[in-house]
Design a binder for this molecule. Structure first.
Ligand code: ME8
Length: 700
């Protein structure tokens, strides 16, 4: 095989270091110069996802962050950079403890199950993580305790008393006043916490943090998030409580095991404990820390951009180079989230269209940094337009014609002297695509990077249509054969360039097209050497077959149905817990004595919010509750005083039988019944919800 010389060999600009200006838009990534940015300028590259909570199963919001990291990690590896990619699960804290309780499991059982579910999904999607950290692992616990000691020994921790509101959903101390006051972040009722705690001297880091944000503008991206954090820190920082003592599902404070370490200190430390910081083997830490990119969703910016750098500064450790916050995936107009119940599972899309379709859609459709809506219609439309009709069609027609007209061998193009303006324009478009793609990519502007690759696809399509290789193929004269060879060579070479560029985004399908081009394993290709004209003449094509079959209308309905069935199954398991109420034994039902749906409908089960809870004098087992049902507040007497402290119930959402006839207990009227499980010989466990649900909602 000879390398092509017919096209003038112009050295293309390096993929990195191209000056580049982009439109300023809210939440969109923008830096004046990729060259000035340290994020991609190291010999090694370390990228992390958030570690996901295990109180509910994964959805495409989690997949979005994980895919973005995977795409970057794969590209770094293709550029020859020694890369480490970390993901994992966040398994401690009150939220997980309660979720386990509600599911009738131990926290360890729940975390084992859900963590495995996340990992299995990433494996199924071909996510190329190098390590999967779980915060319940011994290596992590040891590292967190070492960090706590280090902060304490450096004089940044003291003991005090915290009285105030805590949002269990966000695991966040908040400035709100009064029991049940709404959390300023998520609007859910907060709980009053009065505890002796360890405090971290966050207030001492205000000036240092402001200095960090102003001297390293790339530390927080995009710009809008940096500005938000800057004004938050400028408004003043208070010391932060970093331990809890009213529950036990966490890592014990060294030398004071009555306390567990605040879940965010525990979780953030994963980024260094996974690398073996402070362990016997710090090879990975020495090689990869500081991280190049912590990728996160915008709702956890404060933890990553304020608390985390402050902890690291206090411990005398280097800071990550960049924290990159993307926007939210919305579904049915609001943030896709387990608590709202409006999630879409990745599995549905994987089953029907495959992982590449999901990866491409999320990065192409959503402007990274901004919120973006997900819909099955848009997914299928993009898939058909860009993958089936775009790249897929370009590949199949180019490769099929080479097979038909040149017996499956890449043909010789004409000598450079006889290249037409059309031929040269395609080569120029390819060079531009390589340069633009790299520059946009390094700015985290994935949708624009992909747009520039697809501009090349469109250019080649137009070139093929205008040069009609199928007409040339009918002729046998030398001139037509030579022209046909040039057109097909040019098309195949442009195809090769697109495939190499977008391999990290759609790895499976591009690996197949690469093999069909007769180029072997795309993983071994070095992206930093990508140039026009490298396709070797005489390369024998592999087996040519369609990579993206067209999706018809029924595909949308199929996916919607799959999600409906799944949601229905989840709803049934919530609505039918078959849990007898405490102190209200359910009459035994004969095994053949099934009830009808109408019988069940007579019981009005509603979501209630406990506003007041107190002991009933001289009644050891009874609590008096005032429960908000949305339309009224009712008084309920519940036999759960041996299972719950009254303070722990205020602000909690419970299931109430709302249409029970009133009755008197200890002289007090009880209007309704609270639903709980009563395991044999154990304490009562209140029925609850993993997702947030509005007060008053009927269970049916
Ligand atoms: O916050 N759109 O875990 P988490 C986009 N354990 N991204 C979304 C999303 C959506 N609708 N929903 C979730 C935690 N994500 C902590 C993190 S890190 C030390 C501890 C993604 O399970 C996004 O990355 O609530 C978001 O930040 C993360 O999942 C939150 O996951």
């Amino acid at each position: 095989m000879t390398s092509v010389e017919a096209f003038p060999m112009i050295v293309i600009p390096s993929e990195r270091g191209i000056l580049f200006a982009s439109a300023a838009a809210c939440g969109v990534f923008q830096l004046a110069s990729a060259a000035a940015d340290a994020t991609f300028m190291s010999k090694t590259f370390y990228i992390t996802t958030p570690i996901y909570y295990v109180n509910a199963r994964p959805h495409i919001g989690h997949a979005y962050t994980t895919i973005a990291c995977d795409v970057i990690a794969r590209r770094q590896r293709m550029l020859g950079v020694d890369t480490y990619f970390l993901t994992g699960t966040d398994e401690h804290g009150q939220k997980i403890e309660r979720a386990a309780q509600a599911a009738g499991k131990t926290p360890q059982q729940l975390t084992d199950e859900v963590s495995a579910e996340f990992r299995a999904l990433w494996d199924r999607m071909g996510i190329t993580y190098d390590d999967y950290i779980r915060t319940t692992s011994e290596r992590h616990k040891r590292g967190v305790q070492a960090l706590f000691r280090k902060l304490r020994d450096s004089g940044y921790i003291y003991k005090g008393t915290y009285t105030g509101q805590y949002c269990v959903f966000d695991e966040l101390y908040v400035d709100a006043i009064g029991a049940g006051a709404p959390c300023p972040e998520c609007g859910r009722p907060t709980e009053t916490v009065h505890e002796e705690n360890y405090f971290f001297k966050l207030s001492e880091f205000q000036d240092k943090l402001i200095h960090l944000y102003t001297t390293q503008p790339g530390f927080i991206r995009p710009e809008t998030r940096r500005n938000e954090v800057l004004s938050f820190v400028k408004s003043g920082l208070r010391d932060l409580s970093i331990s809890r003592s009213t529950f036990s599902w966490g890592i014990p404070v060294p030398d004071d095991p009555k306390h567990v370490i605040y879940v965010w200190l525990d979780a953030l430390a994963n980024y260094i404990t996974a690398l073996g910081w402070s362990s016997n083997d710090t090879t990975l830490y020495d090689k990869f820390w500081p991280a190049n990119v912590h990728m996160i969703g915008k709702e956890i910016v404060r933890f990553h951009c304020v608390y985390w750098p402050a902890f690291l500064m206090a411990a005398g450790l280097p800071l990550p180079k960049s924290i990159v916050a993307h926007g939210w995936l919305l579904f049915e107009e609001s943030k896709m989230s387990k608590s709202r119940g409006n999630i879409v599972r990745a599995e549905t899309i994987l089953d029907v269209l495959g992982a590449d379709a999901l990866r491409y859609f999320l990065l192409r459709e959503v402007v990274f940094g901004q919120d973006g809506s997900f819909s099955f219609d848009a997914l299928v439309q993009r898939y058909n337009a860009d993958l089936a009709n775009g790249l897929g069609n370009l590949a199949s027609r180019t490769l099929t014609m080479i097979t038909r007209y040149f017996k499956g061998e890449v043909p010789y193009p004409s000598a450079s002297s006889s290249l037409t303006a059309d031929d040269l324009a395609v080569a120029d478009a390819a060079r531009k695509a390589v340069a633009d793609y790299g520059a946009y990519f390094d700015q985290f502007q994935f949708s624009r990077a992909l747009e520039s690759a697809w501009t090349l696809v469109a250019t080649v399509d137009k070139y093929i249509v205008e040069n009609e290789p199928w007409t040339l193929g009918e002729k046998q004269d030398e001139e037509s054969r030579s022209r046909l060879a040039t057109v097909l060579y040019t098309s195949a070479e442009a195809l090769r360039i697109v495939v190499a560029l977008v391999h990290s985004v759609i790895p499976d399908s591009t690996a197949r097209i690469w093999a069909q081009l007769g180029l072997g394993d795309v993983k071994t290709f070095s992206l930093s050497e990508l140039q026009w004209g490298q396709l070797q003449l005489g390369t024998r094509l592999g087996n040519v077959e369609a990579v993206f079959p067209r999706a018809d209308k029924s595909t949308i309905e199929r996916m919607q149905k799959m999600e409906e069935v799944d949601r229905g199954a989840a709803a049934v398991s919530v609505a039918a817990p078959a849990t007898p109420a405490v102190g209200e034994p359910v009459k035994p039902v004969a095994s053949d004595g099934k009830i009808t749906i109408d019988d069940f409908a007579k019981v009005e089960l509603r979501v209630g919010l406990v506003k007041v809870a107190e002991r009933v004098p001289k009644a050891d087992k009874l609590l008096r509750l005032e429960v908000d049902l949305g339309t009224e507040v009712c008084q309920i007497l519940a036999g759960i005083a041996e299972s719950y402290e009254p303070e722990a119930l205020v602000g909690r959402k419970v299931v109430i039988v709302a249409n029970l006839a009133p009755r008197k207990l200890r002289g007090l009227e009880s209007n309704g019944m609270i639903v709980a499980a009563s395991p044999e010989g154990g304490k009562a466990i209140l029925a609850g919800f993993l997702e947030d649900v509005p007060v008053g909602t009927r269970l049916k």
